[in-house]
Write a protein that binds this ligand. Structure first.
Ligand code: NAD
Ligand code: ZN
Length: 271
């Protein structure tokens, strides 16, 4: 399997890199893998009995904003402090060595691909980004950089005042992230990224495409569906799915049952 994956990487003209929460695990970030995974990452929410779905709810920013910003402020700080693992650089090395075109599609909101040096205009963040804010109302379609300092009381998982606010109307702001039951997310940034990705795919439709999927689970299957769509619709595309617990994919696509870093290192060793 690893040899086959290395052959696909060696022969590819174009790369699509798709990633879910598991891509961050080797950088030390938690994935959420059901309530138990979430509570292991956030024991305070286990005590409070809140699930990921309860926490990722836009209503908190109006009804209980220190709770809303507790979750997202903690994650902002965590993702700012994280150093992307070596796997991000291994793929970049392949791209640079081959001079290959690429696009990244991720459901992660953590900005780790940008941090690892991937170009902003080669990334689609399908659920938005924690590094951008919007008004909770929203009073306009404007989004802006998240340069807020957000101290958190880690016992209660509540943010301390003053909370981030909309510069236009003064309401508490929120991250420009698609949450659960979310009718106020401003999707324009993701839409523009998505159009760029579709143009990329049409421009390279006949080339040999290697889709490298890492850490994308079945719970919210957007990323897996994206990889599979490319794999089945493009004659010369092959998906390499790297996932320690949910690696299954139909041949001729390739399934590697290991972590992202381990899988990338194993492929790299054969190149
Ligand atoms: N860093 C982030 O931005 C972040 C973190 C958690 C969740 N989320 C988002 O929340 C949603 C649900 O989260 P979820 O945790 O159920 O995500 P998910 O469905 O992407 O599941 C995580 C997947 O990663 C796999 N995995 C675990 N360790 C791995 C490793 N070392 N290498 C590669 N894969 C590994 C697991 O087997 C699982 O399939 C997703 O949209 C996700 O992108 C984002
Ligand atoms: Zn506003």
């Amino acid at each position: 399997m690893i040899q086959h994956a290395a052959d696909i990487v060696r022969e590819a003209d174009v790369f699509v890199i798709t990633a879910g929460a598991g891509m961050g695990v080797d950088s030390g970030l938690p994935d959420f893998r059901g309530d138990h995974g979430f509570w292991k990452a956030y024991p305070a929410y286990a005590r409070l009995g809140y699930t990921f779905v309860d926490c990722a709810n836009p209503q908190h920013f109006s009804a209980d904003p220190t709770l809303g910003w507790g979750f997202y402020g903690h994650r902002t700080n965590l993702y700012r402090d994280t150093v992307p693992h070596e796997g991000f650089h291994i793929i970049r090395k392949w791209l640079e060595r081959k001079g290959a075109q690429y696009f990244v599609v991720t459901s992660n909101v953590d900005g780790q691909f940008q941090k690892a040096g991937y170009a902003e205009d080669r990334i689609e963040e399908v659920h938005g980004s924690i590094h951008w804010l919007q008004c909770q109302t929203p009073c306009s379609a404007r989004i802006w950089d998240n340069d807020e300092i957000i101290p958190i009381d880690e016992n209660s998982m509540r943010a301390r005042y003053p909370l981030p606010r909309c510069p236009d109307c003064g309401e508490v702001s929120r991250p420009n992230i698609l949450m659960f039951g979310d009718w106020s997310w401003l999707p324009d940034r993701t839409r523009i990224q998505g159009h760029a990705f579709e143009r990329f795919l049409s421009a390279h439709a006949d080339r040999r495409i290697a889709v490298i999927e890492m850490g994308a689970g079945n719970a919210i299957p957007t990323i897996r569906a994206t990889s599979e769509r490319i794999g089945w619709n493009h004659e010369h595309a092959t998906v390499i799915r790297i996932n320690p617990r949910e690696p299954e994919i139909q041949a001729p696509h390739i399934s590697l049952a290991c972590g992202a870093l381990e899988g990338l290192q194993a492929i790299d060793a054969l190149l």
